[in-house]
Structures are given as C-alpha cells and as structure tokens.
Ligand binder design. Structure first.
Ligand SMILES: Cc1cc2nc3c(=O)[nH]c(=O)nc-3n(C[C@H](O)[C@H](O)[C@H](O)COP(=O)(O)OP(=O)(O)OC[C@H]3O[C@@H](n4cnc5c(N)ncnc54)[C@H](O)[C@@H]3O)c2cc1C
Length: 349
C-alpha cells in the first residue's frame, strides 16, 4: 500500500472539484487499512474514508489522510429456504454488485440499479431509488473504529436507518465500513409500483414484471433522465426531499395548487425538492461556473468553476430562496469536506 502526499482529489469526486488531500491511500484489505490508520495516527492526521466520491463536496483542501476503500469480494455466509446472506466487500462497485445479484436471481435489489458508488458507502446514506431503500436488505454492517482500531459488527437496527440517513451520518462518524452483509430473498416479488417505473413498464407492455424487467426499466429510465457526471460533473440529487407536517403541506397546497405531495408516515408529508427549486426559478440557472441542470432542478453541476466554495454559495442561495418563498428548509444530501478560506467544514450536512 502506498501513501501519496499532497494528492489531487479532482479525479476522485464526480463533481470534479479541485482539492488537495494532505495524503491519499488506496486500501485493498483489512491489513492495509490497519497500516494506513497507524501511519495517520503517527502523523497526527484524521482519516476521511472515501468510495467513488459520488456524494461528497470538497469545499477546499482536505487536511486528512483520504482513505479510498478498494477491497473486493463476495462471500455466501449462510442460507435458508427463502434467503441467502452475502458479505460484500466495501470497495465493490454498487451497480456491478446489483447487476450480478439480479442475474443470480436476487431480484429485490433491481430498483437500486445504476446508483453510482461503492457497497461500503451505500449504508452511509441508506441509498434509495424507485420505491426501495437499502435498509430492506441489510443484515449487518462490518466496521472498524478509526480511533481504537476495534472491529465491530453492527446489526441493521444498530445502523438507525432513515430516509437518506443512518447512524453513520450522526453519532457514528468515526468508523470505516469494511463490508456489508445482505439478507437477500430468493423469490422477492418485483417492486414496480413507483409511478415512473410503473408507467415505463406499462408502455413496454410488461404487466407482470420480474426482477430483470425492473432492472432493465430502472437502467433505461435513469440512463435517459439523469445527467452523466462524465459530461456534467454532479453529485446526483443535491437536496433531500423535505418532509413537513401535514398541516404545513395543506396550507402550501392551498396556495400552490400544482404542488405534488407524497405521504411520509403518520401526519407527515414529503414535498419534492425539485418542484420547490423549479418554482423558485432556479432550474437552468448558471452563475460563477456552477449551475442548476436545465433538465433536472435537483442536480447542481460544476460547469468549470471546479470550486466547492462556488457550488456551496449556489446551494445556500437556493436554500435561502426556497425558505423565503415556501417557508421550507432544504437539507443538502452530499457531505461537505475541506476548508474554505481557513474555516473547517464539518461532515454533518
Ligand atoms: C448521477 C448520480 C446519481 C445518484 N443517484 C442516487 C440515488 O438514486 N439514490 C441515492 O441514494 N444516492 C444517489 N446518488 C448518491 C451516491 O451515488 C450514493 O450516496 C453512493 O452511495 C455514494 O457512494 P460513493 O462510494 O461514491 O461514496 P463517497 O461519495 O465516496 O462517500 C460518501 C460518504 O460516505 C463516506 N464513506 C464512503 N465510503 C465509506 C466507507 N467504506 N466507510 C465509511 N464511510 C464511507 C464518505 O466519507 C462520505 O461521507 C447519486 C449520485 C450521482 C452522482
């Protein structure tokens, strides 16, 4: 394992933001992870775990050892009549794993196809798409505590999963995920109720979709809809969909008749952040080399500024205008690292 000092992170985040890490190490095994940890402690440096950089904003240089998880492997842990439990290494590519799993008949994961990133990062924000969330399939998460080096198995309940959230974004930020154990049903019924998915399948004349149908549909819809980071550097949805009290949603719906709403549990309503941003006039807006994608109001794009600070200025301006117009707070989805003008930025976004 090599430790690279003063390492450029531009190729290691899908927003292509310019930032230098004090040091960078690509770790492929638990042994290498331990070595990198010991090195960082000796140097007095913190550690920032990184996967494929598809959900981070580098606001500036990162004064830490950036540890990219690159471990590989899948292992069958146990099985019963209806499920298999698989341990998958943190550095495996998420979409490659889903593709393999659906091909093997573990069809439940089909809705989560084509989400960028690694298996190890998937529990951090409990990735979700097309009506399915990761937590439905997690049996346990294997972690190493960065302060003590102690290894621990966390049950799914320990992980405190919620909408785009988990304990790893709150109380337990000082761990690195080394593997995820998935409990995969052998005959999961296809989950095809999500509106755009159902419409697509119907248009294809598929009335009783199987896992592979859902997988193909999700790949086709996402491929057509979402801006590709290779041409429009972005981090996917930049804001979470806000969840508000039913009374607040009713009052807003009275004022804005076209406002879409979705039930989000007892007395709670989810409002699409994209709708709020578009109504506030931001769709397609560009300033200082960053902007809001013209086809997708939730996606902020680096149009050449290469600056996390510029991107965060735009994000804050959007948050402010949505707050002023609708009284609704937008929370950022990606996590922010690095220093802007000498001020350290934390991870708790
Ligand atoms: C075009 C596009 C579309 C997207 N669509 C979706 C979507 O539909 N649904 C969705 O939920 N997300 C979506 N995302 C967000 C992103 O794909 C996920 O959050 C993904 O899980 C991030 O994986 P990563 O390996 O790139 O993580 P990174 O961006 O490298 O890291 C993200 C966070 O996790 C931490 N982290 C990474 N690996 C580890 C580890 N092994 N142990 C501990 N902490 C770790 C990092 O420190 C950081 O805080 C999208 C992103 C893009 C660019």
């Amino acid at each position: 394992m090599q430790i690279n000092p003063d390492f450029s992170l531009a190729a290691h985040n899908t927003l292509a933001l310019a930032a230098q890490a004090r040091a960078f190490a690509r770790v492929e095994s638990l042994d290498e992870l331990r070595q990198a940890r010991v090195w960082a402690r000796a140097e007095g440096l913190g550690i920032l775990p990184l996967g494929e950089g598809s959900n981070v904003v580098f606001a500036g240089d990162v004064d830490a050892l950036v540890m990219q998880l690159a471990s590989r492997g899948r292992q069958l842990l146990d099985s019963d009549d209806t499920t298999h439990c698989l341990r998958v290494a943190a550095g495996e590519n998420w979409h490659a794993f889903v593709t393999w799993a659906v091909g093997q008949g573990y069809s439940g994961l089909a809705n989560l196809a084509l989400i960028p990133g690694t298996v190890g990062a998937a529990p951090i924000q409990n990735i979700g798409a097309y009506g399915v969330e990761l937590e439905q399939f997690v049996e346990a998460v294997q972690v190493v505590h960065l302060d003590s080096g102690v290894e621990q198995t966390l049950s799914a309940a320990d992980c405190g999963f919620a909408y785009r959230d988990s304990i790893f974004k709150r109380e337990l930020t000082d761990v690195v995920v080394t593997a995820v154990d998935f409990r995969l049903p052998l005959k999961a019924p296809a989950q095809a109720r999500y509106p755009s998915l159902a419409v697509y399948l119907e248009a294809q004349g598929i009335t009783e979709p199987g896992g592979m149908d859902v997988y193909n549909a999700v790949v086709a819809i996402r491929g057509a809809r979402l801006p590709d980071p290779a041409t429009d550097p972005n981090a996917g949805s930049f804001f979470k969909n806000p969840v508000v009290a039913e009374s607040v949603a009713k009052a807003l719906a009275g004022q804005y008749s076209g406002m879409p709403t979705y039930p989000a549990g007892e007395g709670r309503i989810k409002i699409p952040a994209a709708w709020l941003i578009e109504q506030a006039g931001w769709k397609g807006e560009q300033r200082n080399g960053v902007g809001v994608h013209p086809g997708h109001a939730l996606v902020l794009v680096n149009y050449g500024a290469n600056s996390g600070a510029r991107l965060l200025e735009l994000a804050r301006a959007i948050q402010l205008s949505v707050q002023e117009r609708f009284g609704v707070a937008l929370e950022m989805e990606p996590r922010v690292y690095g220093e802007v003008q000498g001020a350290a930025q934390g991870a708790g976004q």
